[in-house]
Design a protein around this ligand. Sequence first.
Ligand code: FPP
Length: 252
Amino acid sequence: MPDAAQPAADEKVRSESPLHVAIIMDGNGRWAAARGLPRAEGHRRGVEALRRVVRAANELGILHLTIFSFSSENWSRPASEIGDLFGLLRRFIRNDLATLHRDGVRVRVIGEREGLEPDICALLGEAEELTRANTRLNLVVAFNYGSRQEIARAAQRLAREAAQGQRDPASIDADTLGRYLDAPDIPDPDLIIRTSGEQRLSNFLMWQAAYSELVFVPMHWPDFDKAALESAIAEYSTRERRFGGLVAKTGS
Ligand code: FPP
């Protein structure tokens, strides 16, 4: 339960700070390679960084934190690494769910569930169900997620409704499609951070990123911490957001 000192998510005030931060947690493999360690160790240390950052996000008054945990394209990795990543997700949920719940975190999952192992689906469902009423921070876990796939799924549902005569195709605009994405109630990210120096979106939240500020951080994900998050937010707060218009404003 949120404690009295910390306002509930819906009570937090809008400020220069981003309300929704999304992170591409990149560089686990390079972090490990630079130390002569197996890639799995990089991912394990990546989960530790994730714990730190969820705590920090809560302390900094961020309302929504989206993390890219496993992409639709990560299936092309060796089976052993995929097994490692799925094992880490299992352990993360089993070990951390109670703490997340205690800290007022609501877990949401975006991405394709179909094709995932039944125990993973059950764990994801359990995390969403247990934390459903929490309001301090939405932790949106993008798992088996790809933005093109998400948009295609939304288009497919709309096309089905139109084919069944339940929807006039002429009524479909950008807002309509946006409402058919995986988490339509979560506002677009204000800030997207990618670690490890790569400067691309890699099929992450491409629809939602239309007016996000992008901050690329040279450090690898396992080294990321509260100070690094604060520094990315400081960079964000120097940006002038115009949303295609002329008048500067902050937040989405
Ligand atoms: C990128 O590093 C990271 C990933 C593919 C997955 C991110 C996963 C974690 C932080 C740990 C798992 C967390 C959960 C909750 C499952 P990379 O392997 O692409 O690194 P590289 O580009 O240096 O090879």
